[in-house]
Design a protein around this ligand. Structure first.
Ligand code: SAM
Ligand code: SF4
Length: 464
């Protein structure tokens, strides 16, 4: 039964995609002229861009996205690492290595002591933000997750500490979201995987098969007071053009109902996984993938966009310029795998999927510096209470950009002093004064310079 897909009207989306096919180059250029103002575009306008096939026009879409990205985010890129707690799962998602019926992986659920050890390992890499990931379990999982979050926040390691724990766990109840809020999570992320109901139902089995449970999870999280929520699609399950429009309708729904759209959008593409025999006619090729990133950037300029190590070095590099604002680095997708590289052949047997960018965080950061970007480990907004609507109200008129640059510089200085290899340190220093100059507010620049000196002298965790 189709139907009460609430704010996802499949018929309307298909109709808009059809209408998008008929747009002339002039009409497409007019949409891009509007998009250049960085105030977003409507779903029907995004539909027209999604249908563009002419290589020259596609290049103009990319160029416009690059401009908007630069205008809103400057050269900053925020870094994080995922931390997998458990690969036990009651669901049977056809694409996932953790699926219930996959007998070929080793199941593992980290004990609190192991979580502490993993947090220390991730801190040793210089990370300050974690994304907690977990399979779904029937048994009192929220107690376990609450305890894991507390363990992580408590775990310090020299100068290392995790300052923001974001969470990507199964859809749950308002009551459980309240508990996550009380545990001081940053963003709650949940991916719809596919917005196409029939495909969704074919792909899933177990509690996750309930389309509405997944679709309305962010509403429940908002009702529980979590005002930074993240959306996502697993690209490759259904037509990517449909998914992009559906994502935009989901974002619009959140904005209308809660006064604030999604804090982030994640764009994973499906990857091979051990023990998973998944094929699909909807694989998203590289050109289409770049196009969808650029169009999302134009459609929701203020929403953070996240790319993971599912993507290759080359794709990640291109995606940074087209619209990505956050990236994972040095990720491991098996529970307990940080710090075990090369020493534990079992780890490869318990991954969720195979990653494409195996570089260490320091290698990623070196290349980010060489590309002229500013790595940021900032967690300030969430700790200063600049979340949800308050964040968006400040971000939209551009009031927050200079603070973000200052915080990026402060946290990157910590990284350079505490964790960077010699080559990374040299590359980071080269750009540093350039980035400092981009802070036009003299008071803020002066205060940033002062705090940078304090960090050199040994202080940590200074932020605006
Ligand atoms: N188990 C929870 C859930 O499914 O919502 C939480 C997170 S799950 C560990 C994180 C995400 O990984 C899923 O939402 C899915 O989009 C993605 N994923 C699963 N299998 C994948 C694969 N083979 N390739 C790429 N991403 C995958
Ligand atoms: Fe379980 Fe999530 Fe994997 Fe589905 S995607 S099998 S819910 S871990």
């Amino acid at each position: 039964m189709p139907a009460k897909n609430l704010f996802i009207d499949e018929g309307l989306i298909q109709k808009q995609l059809m209408a998008g096919l008929g747009k002339s180059p002039e009409e497409v250029l007019a949409i891009l002229a509007k998009a250049r103002e960085a105030r977003g575009i409507e779903p029907e306008e995004a539909a027209a861009l999604l249908q563009v096939a002419d290589p020259e026009l596609i290049e103009t879409i990319f160029q416009t996205a690059r401009e908007v990205k630069l205008r809103i985010y400057g050269k900053r890129l925020v870094l994080f690492a995922p931390l997998y707690l458990s690969n036990f799962c009651v669901n049977n998602c056809r694409y996932c290595g953790f699926r219930r019926d996959n007998r070929s992986i080793r199941r593992k659920r980290l004990q609190q002591e192991e979580i502490r050890e993993q947090a220390r390992e991730v801190e040793n890499l210089g990370h300050k933000r974690l994304l907690l990931e977990c399979g779904e379990s029937f048994s009192a999982d929220m107690d376990y997750i609450e305890e894991a979050i507390a363990t992580i926040y408590r775990t310090k390691n020299g100068q290392g500490e995790i300052r923001r724990v974001n969470v990507n766990i199964a859809a749950t109840t308002v009551e459980n979201y309240r508990r996550l809020k009380a545990a001081k999570i940053g963003t709650y992320q949940l991916f719809q995987e596919t917005y196409h109901r029939l495909t969704y139902e074919l792909m899933h089995d177990g509690p996750k098969k309930d389309y509405e449970r997944q679709l309305l999870a962010h509403d429940r999280a908002q009702d529980a007071g979590i005002d930074d929520v993240g959306l996502g699609v697993l690209f490759g399950l259904y037509d990517y053009k449909f998914e992009v429009l559906a994502l935009l309708y989901h974002a619009r729904h959140l904005e209308e109902k809660f006064g604030v759209g999604p804090h982030t959008i994640s764009i994973p593409r499906v990857r091979p996984a051990a023990g998973v025999d998944f094929t699909t006619p909807h694989l998203v090729l590289d050109e289409a993938f770049k196009k969808l990133i650029a169009i999302l950037r134009l459609a929701v300029p203020y929403t953070g966009m996240i790319i993971s190590t599912r993507e290759s070095v080359q794709m990640r590099t291109e995606a940074f310029s087209l619209g990505i604002s956050q990236t994972s680095a040095g990720s491991r997708t098996a529970p307990g795998a940080y710090g075990k590289d090369g020493g534990n052949p079992e780890e490869g047997e318990s991954e969720q999927f195979i990653i494409s960018d195996p570089r260490s965080p320091d290698e990623v950061i070196l290349s980010i510096c060489q590309l002229g970007y500013l790595p940021s480990f900032c967690t300030a907004c969430y700790r200063r209470g600049r979340t949800g609507k308050e964040f968006m109200d400040k971000a939209k008129p551009g009031d927050i950009q200079e603070l973000c640059s200052a915080n990026a510089l402060l946290t990157f200085r910590e990284y350079l002093l505490d964790y960077a290899a010699e080559e990374t340190r040299r590359a980071g220093e080269i750009n540093f004064s350039q980035f400092l100059k981009t802070i036009s507010n003299k008071n803020l620049r002066g205060e940033t310079e002062k705090r940078l000196l304090e960090i050199e002298a040994g202080k940590r965790d200074l932020y605006f």
